[in-house]
Design a protein around this ligand. Structure first.
Ligand SMILES: Cc1cc2nc3c(=O)[nH]c(=O)nc-3n(C[C@H](O)[C@H](O)[C@H](O)COP(=O)(O)OP(=O)(O)OC[C@H]3O[C@@H](n4cnc5c(N)ncnc54)[C@H](O)[C@@H]3O)c2cc1C
Length: 338
């Protein structure tokens, strides 16, 4: 049997037990790298330990990259002797695996828009336009090749290449630090005393916090199963810092709603925002959702698309005051980290 490697803790455990079971039946099991450019220990520090900071990792990643890593692998010699499944009807259907085939989901196109990528560094932070590739769902499900995408990135935009390297980085982190799937990457952060106010959490999930950029993002997530990266950072920062709600609550909500959900990047993004992750935002950096709006959605285009009642009396007052919440967050983090 052959399979592509998956670096998440659950998948590794699953593959290990499949391997053991097949071995008992004298059936071979071979796993290959597929969905990343560099895996596991292919990009590590000089002393062989994994990187935990992105910039030196990406430097080494770029230095290691040769044509070999971006061209297709000749798989025929591995597959020609494989036996066909004797009883294909024994293979689980999508329904049996828990997928709903009747869903009419509006998937982003698989088309790689090179013109868009050429301007990516200037457009990537503007949530009201299509300034990013929207290929995350295809990368997540393997309907697009990372090798093809890196090849395109090399000839179009170095910033876009950097984002693809973040993806490899988080796959490497989840492989070497599986504890970070459920606990803080830096264990000291597990001592933070969260408020975990359930009413605040509900309002955040529903996009009713009274902070329009946060609310627009949360409603985009509910409607589309997608959220722009800048807004993922703003909403995650708001939940963990302004509301002092455990990042795992937010991570779980995103996992449930995102069509591109993928453990390594989701946990990485959440712990970055919470300050508890590798190479994370420092805990005292608290995004101001109002200045983020002024910078990235100055004419409220994105906000008005997702929050039509914004600016009317039907729109709620902010559930917390930014200045007070910011000071409280810094104080609470400080207490936890001593
Ligand atoms: C709190 C939080 C949660 C996130 N959860 C996920 C998740 O579950 N799944 C997921 O694929 N990405 C996640 N991201 C990363 C990023 O937001 C999405 O990959 C991106 O918004 C997808 O849109 P795009 O395809 O247009 O990205 P583009 O900007 O076009 O980037 C191209 C590709 O690079 C990769 N990429 C871009 N940014 C990142 C990043 N910061 N970390 C890792 N890979 C990146 C993605 O595969 C993406 O499709 C998360 C970020 C944050 C802050």
């Amino acid at each position: 049997m052959v399979a592509n490697r998956d670096y998440e803790p659950y998948a590794r455990q699953r593959d290990k037990s499949v391997y053991a079971q097949l071995q008992g039946e004298q059936i071979g099991f071979r796993a290959f790298k597929d969905h990343v450019i560099f895996e596991k220990n292919e990009v590590v520090k000089a002393d062989g330990t994994p990187y935990t900071v992105f910039t030196p990792y990406s430097k080494k990643w770029k230095a290691e990259l040769t044509d070999f890593y971006t061209k297709s692998y000749p798989v025929e010699r591995y597959t020609q002797n494989l036996r066909q499944v004797e009883n294909p009807s024994a293979i689980l259907t999508l329904n049996q695996m828990g997928f709903d085939e009747t869903q009419q989901v509006d998937f982003p196109s698989m088309n790689i828009d090179e013109e868009l990528l050429r301007h990516y560094d200037q457009t990537r932070d503007i949530p009201s336009i299509q300034g990013t590739s929207r290929l995350s769902i295809h990368l997540r499900f393997g309907t697009i090749s990372i090798r093809q995408l890196v090849t395109t990135a090399l000839s179009t935009n170095s910033k876009f290449l950097d984002e693809l390297i973040w993806r490899d980085f988080y796959q490497m982190i989840i492989y070497h630090f599986p504890h970070s799937a459920t606990g803080s990457f830096r264990p000291a952060y597990d001592r933070i005393r969260w408020e975990n106010n359930e009413e605040h959490f509900r309002l955040w999930c529903e996009g009713k916090t009274g902070y329009p950029l946060v609310d627009a993002g949360m409603r985009e997530l509910l409607a589309k199963g997608f959220m722009h990266n800048r807004i993922r950072m703003v909403t995650a920062s708001f939940l963990t810092k302004h509301l002092l709600i455990d990042w795992r609550w937010g991570e779980t909500w995103f996992a449930e709603k995102l069509l591109d959900y993928e453990l390594g990047s989701n946990v990485g993004g959440w712990q970055w925002a919470a300050g508890s992750g590798c190479d994370a935002a420092p805990y005292f950096r608290v995004f101001n959702p109002t200045s983020q709006q002024q910078k990235f959605d100055p004419d409220f285009t994105y906000i008005k698309k997702w929050v039509p009642e914004f600016g009317t009396t039907n729109y709620p007052e902010p559930i917390v005051d930014h200045a007070t919440a910011r000071l409280q967050a810094i104080q609470r983090y400080k207490e936890g980290l001593v």
